[in-house]
Design a protein around this ligand. Structure first.
Ligand code: HXC
Length: 279
C-alpha cells in the first residue's frame, strides 16, 4: 500500500508538471547566447537538493530543448554556492528498499541521459552525491575555483545510486574513486582538473560565462556532427556502463534494507553524528 502511494504521488507529480507549464525548481532561458539555452537548478535554500519533482521538471525542460531547433547546446548550472548537494535526503530517509524500487526515480535519470544535444555543466560550490552524478551525466564540466565534487553517500549509510561508482571511476581512475567513495571526501576543483573530471577551472566570477562561451562555440558547429560525435564518445564505454549502472542500482536499493541507512539519513536530518551498527 505504501509502495502504491509513492508510485501514485510520483506519477501525480509528472502529470502536474506536464499540465502546468510553469516550473518550480528549474529556470530555463533560451538564447542566452546564440543557439544556447541556460537551464538553472533553482532550489537555493536546500543547496539545490534534487527532489523528485525537480528531476521531473529537469527532464521536461531538456526534452523540450532537445526538440527546439533554435537550441544547439545547453548549459546546466546551479548557483555559486551549490550546483547540487545531492538527492533529497529528507525525501529518501524513511523509504524501504522496495519503496525505492517501486518509485523508480532512475527512469527519469535514464531519460535525462538520452538528451541528444550537448550539455555543458557549469559547477560552482557543492556538487555532491546525485549532484556530482548529474554533473558527470553532462557532456563536459566547467568548474569554478570553489567547486567541490564528492560522493559522500557512505557517510549517511548508503552508496551512489545514479552512476557515481561507474562514472567517477571512469573519470578519475580506481584508486582515487575508491578513496572518494569509501570516505566521502571532497575533490577540489584543481584536483578535479588534475584527474580529468572537469575540462577547465576558472575564477568564480566567470565560470558561468566560460560555460556559455564553450556552449556557444559548440553551437557554431554542425548540429548533426555534434550529435553524432557526442553519441560516439558516449558509446566508448556505454555497454559496460549499462551493466555497471544496473549493478550499482541494485546495491543502492539494498542499502535501504539496512538499519545503517535509516540511522545515517535520520542523523543528517536531525543534524547529529550517525552511530552505525553494521545491521
Ligand atoms: C536534503 C539538504 C541536502 C540534501 C543540504 N540540504 N543537502 N536537504 N538533501 N542532499 C539542506 C540542509 O538540510 C539545510 O536545510 C540546507 O540544505 C543547507 O544545508 P546545511 O547543511 O545547513 O549547509 P552547510 O552546513 O553549509 O553544509 C553543506 C553540505 C551539507 C556539506 C553540502 O548540507 C551536506 O552534507 N549535505 C548532504 C550531502 C550529501 O550527503 N549528499 C548525498 C545525498 S544522497 P535545513 O532546512 O535543514 O536547514 C544522494 C544519493 C544519490 O545523492 C542517489 C541517486 C538519486
Amino acid at each position: 500500500m505504501k509502495g502504491f502511494l509513492f508510485i501514485h504521488n510520483y506519477y501525480h507529480s509528472i502529470s502536474f508538471v506536464q499540465t502546468h507549464q510553469s516550473m518550480e525548481f528549474i529556470k530555463v532561458t533560451e538564447q542566452k547566447e546564440p543557439f544556447v539555452a541556460l537551464v538553472e537548478l533553482n532550489r537555493p535554500k536546500e543547496l539545490n537538493a534534487l527532489n523528485r519533482q525537480l528531476m521531473v521538471e529537469l527532464l521536461e525542460a531538456l526534452q523540450a530543448l532537445d526538440k527546439n531547433e533554435q537550441v544547439r547546446a545547453i548549459v546546466l548550472t546551479g548557483n555559486e554556492q551549490a550546483f547540487a548537494a545531492g538527492a533529497d535526503i529528507k525525501q529518501m530517509a524513511d523509504q524501504s528498499a522496495i519503496d525505492m524500487l517501486m518509485v523508480d526515480q532512475f527512469s527519469t535519470w535514464d531519460m535525462i541521459r538520452k538528451t541528444k544535444k550537448p550539455i555543458v555543466a557549469a559547477v560552482s560550490g557543492f556538487a555532491l552525491g546525485g549532484g556530482c552524478e548529474l554533473s558527470m551525466m553532462c557532456d563536459t564540466i566547467i568548474a569554478s575555483e570553489t567547486a567541490k565534487f564528492g560522493q559522500p553517500e557512505i557517510k549517511i549509510g548508503t552508496i551512489p545510486g545514479a552512476g557515481g561508482t561507474q562514472r567517477l571511476t571512469k573519470a578519475v581512475g580506481k584508486a582515487k574513486a575508491m578513496e572518494l567513495i569509501l570516505t566521502g571526501r571532497f575533490l577540489s576543483a584543481q584536483e578535479a582538473l588534475f584527474y580529468g573530471l572537469v575540462c577547465k577551472v576558472v575564477p568564480v566570477e566567470v565560470y558561468l560565462q566560460e560555460a556559455l562561451t564553450l556552449a556557444k562555440e559548440i553551437a557554431q558547429m554542425s548540429p548533426i556532427a555534434v550529435q553524432l560525435a557526442k553519441e560516439a564518445i558516449n558509446r566508448s564505454f556505454e555497454t559496460q556502463l549499462d551493466e555497471g549502472l544496473a549493478f550499482e542500482r541494485k546495491n543502492f536499493y539494498l542499502t535501504f534494507a539496512s538499519a545503517d541507512q535509516k540511522e545515517g539519513m535520520k542523523a543528517f536530518v536531525e543534524k547529529r553524528k550517525p552511530h552505525y551498527t553494521g545491521k
